[in-house]
Design a protein around this ligand. Structure first.
Ligand SMILES: Cc1cc2nc3c(=O)[nH]c(=O)nc-3n(C[C@H](O)[C@H](O)[C@H](O)COP(=O)(O)OP(=O)(O)OC[C@H]3O[C@@H](n4cnc5c(N)ncnc54)[C@H](O)[C@@H]3O)c2cc1C
Length: 462
């Protein structure tokens, strides 16, 4: 520890993932004296077991698909298979490069980084490595871990979580994925491209059930075409080991045999046994409860990231961490509009959205006050060049702003930046229609959709 034991830090942060390190970097930038305590690796889930490694796998999967399909573009290439060791090397190089960069950043901001498992010992202190670290303020940022179901034991071998799936040193012949949310769908996409026979089991009526139903249906259509199987409205009822793998059963009587079962039913907060309750912090099912400024009920304690019941996304953690740092430094802060946060599922095809689904908008504004428009990517030159299919769907309040943008198609995740400006600036379709989009680009599809909504469709059939 750089500071001696008598130091009282301005902020002590427990957990060095996206939420915790963002709070640390911003607080230090604003001149606060910061201690950041991390038991594992700086960067947390996103950098080491989440966003970054999965997106590297998805990119390797894309390269595999493009090689297989090269002849469609007149390119002679032969797909010879996946060298899983090579894939891991590529993925691990990406992670370690970013990890080094982040370590350098934290050091350069003069954050006191403490390696060790911490426990909240009072409303103003954390105990770590047998020492007490005191702070005027504490930020809890201990994140989340994969969840399971009662009676479903993740053994790390045949029944695995995303943590194990990212490190699998072989490619299974077949896999059942329990859960058709973002994580399940992304792994299904990667594995299919790697040649795995994949079946997703999802209890709800659709894949990516938090998205607008139109996006879910488009993804399902694309997955069907890719040969990714899925069972919807199928509740998991049990799993048994077979000679070569597992047999997964559902309540509606289906049995699916596979080499491995990936449990991707969500993530739960890391808070048990960390002294939070003892310090008087209000909790709900393990989540730390906060107000719109990320304050807990204890005046000296804030909480951010997956530990609080908001969207479990790295950029939500960044935003929450920065908000807390600025508030503690005395700056004026504005609560986060969680609907305005972009959401991307990086499968093939990608699903990207911001704002309200049609159903939510109808609930909020009334069904007759909502207008929707779908723009098919078949009319978009760049999408045609990429041979991708999909749609952009806009949800507008009648005569008012666009309150939802929902996109499905290759590389649609890259379009979400503009979609987020449209939503967050409460843009009217006519205002967006005035902006000229580069041709041929996929962003043009967003422009075209707004042209159509503004009553002057260009490359669209009336
Ligand atoms: C497979 C997968 C893919 C994902 N992909 C994306 C994506 O593409 N985009 C996206 O935005 N999000 C993605 N996420 C979600 C994202 O990773 C999380 O939302 C984000 O990491 C949450 O950050 P956090 O700081 O709250 O928690 P974490 O990143 O979990 O960090 C918490 C940290 O606290 C540490 N810690 C816990 N307890 C203690 C203790 N007692 N003492 C000291 N340290 C402790 C942990 O070691 C950990 O490093 C993905 C997640 C997974 C699992």
């Amino acid at each position: 520890m750089a500071n001696d034991a008598s130091t009282v830090f301005d902020v002590v942060i427990l957990g060095g993932g996206s939420g915790g390190y963002a709070a640390a970097l911003r607080a230090a930038q604003l001149g606060l004296n910061v201690a950041l305590i991390e038991k594992g690796e700086l960067g947390g889930t996103c950098l080491h077991r989440g966003c970054i490694p999965t997106k590297a796998l998805l990119h390797a999967a894309e390269v595999a698909d493009e090689t297989r399909e090269a002849a469609e573009f007149g390119v002679l290439a032969t797909f010879q298979g996946i060298d899983i060791k090579g894939v891991h090397k590529y993925k691990d190089d990406v992670v370690s490069g970013l990890y080094k960069g982040l370590q350098g950043l934290v050091a350069s901001r003069k954050v006191t980084y403490i390696q060790g498992e911490g426990r909240l010992s009072s409303q103003t202190s954390v105990d770590v490595n047998g020492q007490r670290v005191e702070g005027r303020h504490i930020v809890l940022a201990t994140g989340s871990v994969p969840k399971s179901l009662p009676g479903l034991t993740i053994d790390g071998n045949r029944i695995i979580s995303s943590d194990h799936a990212l490190k699998l040193d072989y490619i299974p012949k077949s896999a059942v994925i329990l859960g058709g949310g973002v994580i399940g769908v992304e792994f299904a996409s990667v594995w299919k491209s790697f040649g795995v026979d994949v079946t997703i089991v999802e209890a709800l009526p659709h894949l990516v059930p938090l998205e607008d139903e139109n996006s879910s249906k488009l993804l399902e259509r694309a997955f069907r075409k890719r040969g990714i199987k899925f069972e919807l409205k199928a509740r998991f009822s049990g799993v048994e080991y077979t000679e070569n793998g597992v047999r997964v059963s559902t309540e509606n009587g289906k049995q699916i045999d596979a080499d491995v079962l990936l449990v991707a039913i969500g993530r739960g907060p890391v808070s048990a046994g960390l002294g939070y309750e003892e310090a008087g912090v209000a909790m709900d099912r393990g989540y730390v409860l906060v107000d719109e400024y990320l304050r807990t009920n204890v005046p000296t304690i804030s909480a951010v990231g997956d530990l609080v019941p908001t969207l479990q996304l790295a950029h939500v953690g960044f935003a929450e961490g920065m908000l807390v740092a600025e508030r503690l430094a005395g700056l004026k802060v504005v609560p986060i509009d969680y609907d305005g946060i972009p959401r991307v599922t990086y499968s093939n095809p990608e699903v990207a959205s911001v704002g309200l689904s049609e159903a939510k908008a109808a609930e909020q504004y009334g069904k007759d006050k909502i207008v929707t428009l779908k723009y098919n990517l078949a009319g978009n030159g760049k999408s045609k060049i990429l041979k991708t299919a999909g749609e952009i769907k806009l949800v507008q309040v009648k005569d008012g702003a666009v309150v939802g943008v929902h996109m499905v198609g290759a590389r649609m995740g890259e379009q979400v930046g503009e979609a987020q400006l449209i939503y967050n600036w409460e843009a009217l379709p006519a205002e967006v229609a005035q902006l000229i989009h580069a041709h041929p680009s996929q962003s043009e599809a967003l422009g075209e959709a707004h042209l159509a909504l503004a009553g002057k469709p260009l490359h669209a059939h009336d």
